[in-house]
Design a protein around this ligand. Structure first.
Ligand code: ADP
Ligand code: MG
Length: 454
């Protein structure tokens, strides 16, 4: 296998391990060689090798095999030193890596490392996330437990993990004596299975029941995994009974997680359930501005033209991770070529991201929005009524459908109750004509367009 092949396989691992894990644990791996089914990587420290070995070697092996490489074992070495072979490590204490944020603690906690960048300071608050933020802040104060659990949910890249790490950081600063345990639901399962295999289930139970704050990220992962759910339920109850704080995240509301036991669902709903809404323009702009401040010291002298951040906030609406990635690439590219970051440069450099984020607006959405705006029924959009108060909004919707979607006139006609394409063309022309003189219409169109394009 060549370095290049590894590079490609590595990319695929993002899907398996998630972006954060990927950046922290997979990217730093240096491929050394692949011989007789054993693939070797160089790692910066033995702790690092240990962690990757415990958490990701199965993924790495599976992904390499998928790519046609015959791999049976994954090994890590620090410089020239190898980590002990698999059987030896299995015989030692079960997976007790120290979380990065508790370096001075002698008690070993099996948590996942915390990302030092994910703090409250670096979290930008806006309308879509203000409730989640406030709740997280409250928990981070470490006062008496008022709601248990705190359940944070929302789509990918909206800041759930960031908020959880922020809570952990804050608690560790304010109340260093607290035993705070953060891990993903996947890691919870992994540890549980490992404890079963090594007949150390009592240790496992004791460990999880002795924490002061338990945080489990992406809990939807345990849906459908019966014995893990069972164990999670017992851990959960034991901690709630002791009045210990629990923080959970998921990609959807408790009631909407399929294949999750009802008793767990209802337990999860008992506390405070808050969602992170999709970002809005202001929040995205705020996040970009904050990032630019951070980059200023790293990329001294780099100029960013007016309007570039606004453009990005407007166009990249999918998730914050993509938004951040876009900005990072832009800065790296601009500093490489030694140019000012202009709108043009951004469009060139980010063409792929911009294309992927183009919202696929449907004709139905346009009809609904226009009907709402003019206070007419959606059914009238496609119905036969010809009175002006209905016909005009209908033509506006036709015009917007032509402008904002790639649909052809006959396709649009079909979605307007099977009208002929000439009718659509007539409607579009009519609006274009009116636009030349009707400023109210222009205002309406501008607003509708803005709302539809997010
Ligand atoms: P999730 O866990 O919800 O998928 P993350 O917490 O991993 O999302 O967030 C993805 C990225 O976006 C992270 O780099 C995070 O720091 C950033 N991010 C998300 N929301 C915000 C915010 N409100 N302010 C600053 N950064 C944010
Ligand atoms: Mg996350």
């Amino acid at each position: 296998m060549t370095n290049e092949t590894w590079g490609l396989v590595r990319e695929e691992l993002i899907k398996r391990v998630g972006k954060n894990n990927y950046v922290t644990w997979i990217e730093p791996l240096k491929f050394s060689d692949l011989n007789n089914g054993v693939v070797r990587f160089e790692v910066p420290t033995s702790f690092f090798g240990d962690w990757v070995s415990r958490n990701f070697s199965d993924h790495i092996r599976a992904q390499l095999n998928t790519a046609g490489q015959q791999v049976e074992r994954v090994e890590f070495s620090v410089g020239n030193r190898s980590t002990p072979p698999e059987p030896m490590r299995a015989a030692t204490a079960p997976a007790r890596a120290k979380p990065a944020a508790r370096p001075s603690d002698t008690d070993e906690m099996p948590g996942a490392p915390l990302d030092a960048r994910f703090t409250f300071d670096s979290f930008v608050v806006g309308k879509p996330n203000e409730l989640a933020h406030a709740a997280a802040r409250r928990v981070a104060e470490g006062g008496p437990v008022t709601f248990n659990p705190l359940f944070l949910y929302g789509g990918v890249g909206l800041g759930k993990t960031h908020l959880m790490h922020a809570i952990a950081h804050e608690l560790q600063t304010r109340q260093p004596h607290l035993r705070v345990l953060y891990l993903s639901a996947e890691q919870f399962m992994y540890r549980f299975v490992q404890a079963l295999r090594e007949r150390q289930i009592m240790d496992f139970k004791e460990l999880f029941r002795s924490v002061d704050v338990l945080m489990v990220d992406d809990v939807q992962f345990i849906a459908g995994k019966d014995s893990t759910q069972e164990e999670f339920f017992h851990t959960f109850n034991a901690l709630v009974d002791q009045n210990k704080q629990i923080v959970i995240s998921a990609d959807r509301a408790p009631g909407e997680i399929k294949d999750l036991e009802d008793r767990i669902k209802s337990r999860l709903q008992c506390g405070l359930v808050v969602d992170l809404h999709p970002t809005d323009y202001e929040l995205r702009l705020g996040i970009l501005q904050q990032k630019v401040e951070l980059y200023r010291s790293q990329y001294k002298g780099l100029v960013i033209a007016d309007g570039v951040l606004e453009f990005l906030a407007h166009r990249i609406t999918t998730n914050v991770r993509v938004l951040e990635g876009a900005l990072t690439r832009l800065f790296a590219f601009a500093s490489l070529v030694g140019r000012e970051i202009t709108l043009e440069l951004a469009q060139d450099c980010l063409a792929d991201i911009l294309r992927a984020s183009d919202r696929k607006l449907t004709i139905e959405e346009i009809q609904r929005k226009v009907a709402e705006h003019y206070n007419i029924r959606l059914s009238d959009m496609i119905g036969p009524k010809r009175v002006r108060t209905i016909a005009r909004p209908r033509q506006i919707a036709m015009y917007l459908a032509k402008q904002l979607t790639p649909r052809s006139l006959p396709e649009i006609g079909r979605r307007f109750g099977g009208r002929d394409h000439t009718t659509i063309m007539h409607g579009v022309r009519k609006i274009e004509e009116l636009m030349a003189t009707d400023s109210q219409l222009n205002d309406d169109l501008q607003m509708l367009r803005r709302q539809l394009q997010g």
